[in-house]
Design a protein around this ligand. Structure first.
Ligand SMILES: C=Cc1c(C(=O)O)[nH]c(=O)[nH]c1=O
Length: 308
């Protein structure tokens, strides 16, 4: 069973990759991803200047998932632009994740990182952890304005990392925006923003930033992730490839994302908790599952979710 896939004309040797943010901030982390069985290298979302990020503890894993308020720790876009040629020599696609602290940052960073020619650029409209900054992805007009400015300066495939939406009216509104911005792929979803995890023993929050509020990931968000993959897959009738992210812990979870319409999947919490060996486990599990079900490749099951 081949687990390779193609997104916007770019061939991925494997369908599993890290989610931006998971083990991908430093040169060593990115090169380790290059040596691992990951099907791609995805950078941490980058900003104009290097950032330490929020005070620790800022990540907490627990049975069922994780909560984080990292605060965009990254090396700054210039460092990643310098790294991209070396990362591309690892023999798998390099996805540069672009963020910013304000709207004007995005086209500036995108133009500079495009010059380094990553295989794809992923525009992150969904960071939930910048104190005082609402997620751009929840503002349709701002999203459209930003994506059009970024599209003009990017010559490689451009994708969008969106937050979860919880109302079909929002799926439709964002679908219209995406349809007008010449987007090459979608990545659904980012963490479920501003959850709160409490430690009843200590009677305290578990992360320091924002009074303990942070983005939720892991198993508990899988139904939300699947709903968003399915909603946008149906809106675009499979014509815009989707990377499914959220709640993938084993091969069956990845299969569910493919059934809902994903062409590739990203992992965050399970990668942080288990380490780079998780890629081998997930590939083994998915290949066995597809074999058992009689599918020869991912595209044979993509979008085949049955309704009752
Ligand atoms: C880019 C910042 C993000 C962060 C962060 O750096 O706090 N955490 C997330 O769960 N998603 C993000 O998009």
């Amino acid at each position: 069973i081949g687990l390779s896939t193609t997104i916007a004309g770019v061939k991925f040797p494997g369908c599993f990759m890290n989610a931006a943010g998971a083990l991908c901030v430093t040169r060593d982390e990115l090169l380790a991803l290059g040596r691992s069985k990951a099907g791609a290298i995805v950078t941490k979302s980058m900003t104009m200047e290097p950032r330490h990020g929020n005070p620790e503890p800022r990540y907490y894993g627990f049975p069922g998932g994780s909560i984080n308020s990292m605060g965009l720790p990254n090396l700054g876009y210039r460092a990643y632009a310098d790294l991209i040629p070396e990362l591309k020599r690892c023999g798998k696609p390099v996805i540069a994740s672009v963020a910013g602290l304000c709207e004007d940052d995005f086209p500036t960073i995108a133009e500079a990182i495009n010059a380094a020619q990553p295989d794809l650029i992923e525009v992150n409209l969904s960071c939930p952890n910048i104190p005082g900054k609402p997620q751009i992805g929840y503002d349709a007009e701002a999203s459209e304005r930003l994506l059009k400015r970024v599209r003009r300066v990017i010559t490689v495939p451009m994708g969008v990392k969106l937050p979860p939406y919880f109302d079909p009216a929002h799926h439709d509104a964002m679908g219209k925006v995406i349809g007008r911005c010449d987007v090459d792929f979608l990545n659904l979803i980012n963490s479920v923003g501003n959850g709160l995890v409490v430690d009843p023993e200590r009677e305290a929050v578990v992360i320091k930033p924002k009074g303990g509020f942070g983005g939720l990931g892991g198993t508990l968000i899988k139904p939300v992730a699947l709903a968003n993959v399915r909603a946008f897959y149906k809106i675009f009738q499979g014509r815009i490839p989707i990377i499914g992210t959220g709640g993938i812990v084993d091969g069956v979870d990845a299969f569910e994302h493919f059934l809902c319409g994903a062409s590739a999947v990203q992992i965050g919490t399970v990668l942080v908790e288990e380490g780079l060996e998780v890629f081998g486990r997930l590939e083994t599990e998915l290949a066995a599952l597809l074999e058992k079900k009689g599918y020869r490749a991912i595209e044979d099951c993509r979008g085949k979710l049955k309704e009752l």
